[in-house]
Write a protein that binds this ligand. Structure first.
Ligand SMILES: Cc1cc2nc3c(=O)[nH]c(=O)nc-3n(C[C@H](O)[C@H](O)[C@H](O)COP(=O)(O)OP(=O)(O)OC[C@H]3O[C@@H](n4cnc5c(N)ncnc54)[C@H](O)[C@@H]3O)c2cc1C
Length: 305
């Protein structure tokens, strides 16, 4: 079964998520081709075929034109699956394409499962497997769920495509950054985050004290924010803030993909976890194995000296 991967350009730059699409296609198996609406200079580096279409005269994103281009690339490639990332681009474009193709749409896929795709449910607390009943499917991927570790040196073989620029009822005005509610972790140089491993709300203060001692901000994983132990603005991850501090300290955080998606741009990661096999260890520069209830106050006390 053939797959068409639809890359995204934002503010003139190819989004890194293009490589996550390639990682997904690799996990899925079968043939894959790629579509980019943009310039040749923005093309991702991979071995294979790239359909390249010029951007719209009406701005970077024109849903009518982008839909027509995806449909044209599907026609040329014979792809039965179209895959985008679950960004504002993907969640706007995917249903438009699915409606035209008469395809099943599966949104926000976090993993592959036997015969289908795993997606979150119950407000992200559980997962279920969705199996398309139609042959054609349009899929969006949760950002960060499919990290790419492959080659980035090859140049794709380019096939230029275009579609008529018909009338459109919408026009692209630009991008607007969301106003951060409460704390803006995006500006912090140091973030010390608390995970479910802190055990109870009362223990959060010791993590906050370490953050203060390092001149940084307190962050949290989703269970800690969901429990109401911190305000939601401090949640790091795919449904929280994306951060890239110089130092990120993860206290009692396992390293689930949705958390890592929000902090993997950090320059230096320290993880404190009693489980030496915790997945956070795979991305941490330093993994301190031990009980955070003992280690965190001890580090804070040492810093105070
Ligand atoms: C659609 C969707 C979106 C999501 N978005 C986000 C998001 O934005 N951000 C986010 O964080 N999660 C998000 N999640 C949830 C994510 O999948 C994980 O469930 C969550 O990140 C786990 O949080 P945690 O690491 O704090 O808890 P756990 O996974 O329970 O890990 C706790 C860790 O603490 C360690 N530990 C326990 N006690 C101690 C101790 N005394 N000392 C040291 N270590 C200890 C354990 O070994 C374990 O590794 C999302 C999930 C879905 C499905």
């Amino acid at each position: 079964m053939k797959t068409l991967l639809v890359c995204e350009v934002r503010e003139g730059k190819l989004r890194e998520s293009a490589y996550e699409l390639l990682a997904f296609a690799e996990a899925l198996g079968g043939e894959r081709e790629v579509l980019l609406v943009g310039d040749e200079a923005q093309a991702p580096r991979f071995e294979g075929k790239l359909y390249l279409a010029p951007p719209s005269a009406r701005g970077e994103y024109d849903p009518v034109r982008h839909r027509a281009l995806v449909v044209e690339a599907v026609r040329r490639s014979g792809a039965e699956r179209v895959v985008l990332v679950h960004s504002s681009y993907g969640w706007d474009l995917a249903p438009r394409v699915a409606a035209v193709l008469g395809a099943t749409q599966v949104s926000d896929v976090v993993a592959l499962a036997e015969g289908g795709f795993e997606v979150g449910c119950c407000n992200g607390k559980m997962r279920r497997v969705v199996t398309p009943r139609t042959r054609a499917a349009v899929i969006t991927l949760q950002p960060g769920a499919f990290p790419y570790r492959g080659d980035r040196t090859r140049l794709p073989a380019i096939e230029r495509i275009d579609a008529e620029e018909g009338p459109s009822a919408v026009s692209f005005l630009g991008y607007e950054a969301p106003t951060a509610r409460g704390v803006d972790l995006g500006r912090a140089g140091v973030i010390v985050s608390a995970g479910r491993g802190v055990g109870k709300k009362e223990n959060l203060e010791m993590v906050a004290a370490l953050a203060r001692a390092l001149g940084g901000e307190l962050g949290a994983s989703r269970p800690v924010a969901d429990a109401g132990w911190v305000e939601h603005g401090r949640q790091v991850g795919s449904t929280g803030q994306t951060v890239a501090p110089k130092v990120y300290v993860a206290c009692g955080i396992s390293g689930a993909i949705q958390h890592v998606a929000g902090m993997k741009g950090s320059e230096f990661v320290v993880a404190i976890n009693k489980d030496r096999e915790a997945p956070i260890g795979e991305i941490a520069d330093v993994l301190a194995v031990g009980d955070l209830l003992q280690l965190v106050p001890a580090i804070t006390a040492r810093l105070a000296k």
